[in-house]
Design a protein around this ligand. Structure first.
Ligand code: ZN
Length: 279
């Protein structure tokens, strides 16, 4: 069984793998180590001929608290094999900042969303900002009845997190309300708006997700892969990817503006955290 610093990798059966984010002390905040470990774990599962379904869950009281603004475990951008083509991560100004967010958020999430095997997000507790992207790249989202979702980054002048999928996940009305207010969205409301497939009592969540994964794993793998690809292609034909690329440029502009007017380093990925209101 492969071992990772910040991710637990376990087989439920030979056909179903559980990848669990394991930084409970940081509420599974996504630092570079976690990003790398998730990428390696997903690749391992996809290259295992027996695996058909991947479950993504989080250890500790919450699924994910978003991007790690405190430096995390110390891995640098140049320590990770890039998945995208943007480089020069140390360049000054918007150039380096944009390259970093292209690499570890937009392109990495895009890569995970396009992995061929079905993925199920098993979500409990709180999921904040960047944590949403980790659930959204999965095919199904099964949430506990106490799960809550929030993207508060409009408060920092940014149009939502880097992998901008809010209108697809919540419908445009729901997306507007959650972004404009920064309010929490309950799992029940997220289910009503279409972001969540099922809401399950917390103490039954794991059992239900594994039951679902086993049922999906009864199907032929190529059938699952090609169905996933069909739905992904349909979303992209509807404009998901085009919109995400366009919004990412706005996102970068907004970061640059914020840094210029406030002097605050919203995000460098390597420890700068002077974001007002960061909880
Ligand atoms: Zn950003």
């Amino acid at each position: 069984m492969p071992e990772y610093k910040t991710v637990l990798y376990d087989h439920v059966t030979p056909e179903v793998v559980r990848v669990a984010m394991n930084r409970p002390e940081a509420r599974n905040a996504q630092d570079l180590q976690l990003t790398r470990d998730l990428n390696d774990a997903f690749d391992h599962a996809n290259r295992d001929d027996n695996v058909k379904v991947i479950i993504l869950s989080g250890e500790g009281p919450h699924f994910n608290s978003g991007h790690d603004m405190r430096g995390g475990t110390g891995l640098g951008f140049n320590d990770i094999p890039p998945v995208g083509t943007w480089a020069n991560f140390d360049a000054p100004g918007a150039e380096g900042a944009m390259a970093k967010e292209e690499e570890i958020y937009l392109q990495m999430c895009r890569r995970w969303r396009n992995l061929p095997k079905p993925m199920i997000a098993e979500v409990h507790g709180k999921t904040i900002a960047g944590g949403l992207m980790l659930a959204w790249v999965c095919d199904l989202i099964i949430a506990s009845d106490d799960a809550e979702f929030r993207d508060l980054v409009v408060g920092w002048g940014i149009p939502g997190v880097e992998y901008f999928a809010h209108p697809w996940e919540f419908g445009h009305r729901g997306a507007r309300q959650m972004l404009y207010t920064g309010d929490w969205v309950s799992s029940q409301d997220a289910h009503r708006m279409g972001m969540v497939n099922e809401v399950i009592p917390r103490d039954q969540l794991r059992e239900r997700v594994e039951e679902l994964a086993l049922k999906i794993a009864e199907k032929p793998l190529f059938g699952l892969k090609i169905t996933k690809e069909a739905i992904n292609q349909t979303q992209d034909a509807q404009g998901l990817w085009t919109a995400q690329q366009a919004v990412f440029i706005m996102h970068t502009l907004a970061h640059t503006h914020w840094r210029e007017v406030s002097g605050a380093g919203i995000y460098t990925g390597e420890g700068a955290s002077t974001v007002p209101g960061r909880k």
